[in-house]
Write a protein that binds this ligand. Sequence first.
Ligand code: CP
Length: 320
Amino acid sequence: MTFRQRHLLGIEPLAPAEIVTLLDLAERYVELNRRTVKRADALEGLTQVNMFFEPSTRTQASFELAGKRLGADVMNMAVAQSSVTKGETLIDTALTLNAMRPDLLVVRHPESGAVSLLASKVDCAVVNAGDGRHEHPTQALLDALTIRRAKGRLQRLTIAICGDIAHSRVARSNLILLGKMENRIRLVGPATLMPADGFGCEVFEDMAAGLEGADVVMMLRLQKERMDGGFIPSAREYFHRWGLDAEKLARAKPDAIVMHPGPMNRGVEIDGTIADDIRRSVIQDQVEMGVAVRMAALDLLARNLRAERGARATEEGIRV
Ligand code: CP
């Protein structure tokens, strides 16, 4: 097994072989999740705590299901009812939970870098469930699994990532992962929502040109919570120029797939008819793959945690 990480904080530290290991294991969990009885024991006896300092439907629900299906004791910390509201800091909150000896900590936080900082203060394995505009590694991994299943490969594809690139951790994690797997990545969107350096990718302001011949059209949500000014003219104008409709999609390959990480703003980022067209849209597949990928990530981290603890116990035994 090739997966040497103690934490899953981003796609950046992962080697291509580690990504493949995780996706291959996730395939097995896709099968398990389609059975009537969805049970395995990879996390038996372990405690998983989910701490979400930003709203979430897909990520939080799928991490909870993933942990429970693998036999962990799962606790969702209710941030709105916690002592965070009395001014307790992220680190003090994490240290407090760490003292209760969890094994896996899943964290979403609005500040870029907050999850890595937290990981340096605790003893357990930490998973980044999205930090500011930095990374959302499990989203990129579930997107990769969805693409691999739909296109039969994860290499040599032309992938257009469209919309609010500048504020999107989903875009960042995806372009790192898809770049590591040797795909051709295009960033498409208004100049106001494009990072200054374009992350070294091909950049298109014109949607039709950006989608020309694409195998994968990945739409993004407008991250209004991270915008501190007028980045788009109006929702109507945005949809007209950068929203995915049938006319723009016709520029991509006839078998191109349509993705969106959710939550979607229908009629702004994407036409609802396209989002619901199961001949083109894999948006619900992305949600399904999310549970399997998170099971694989928790399983691999738990294996490394057990190995590390086993090695430490052996070393201490020898010293005694
Ligand atoms: N894609 C994603 O992260 O969705 P949630 O915010 O609902 O978790």
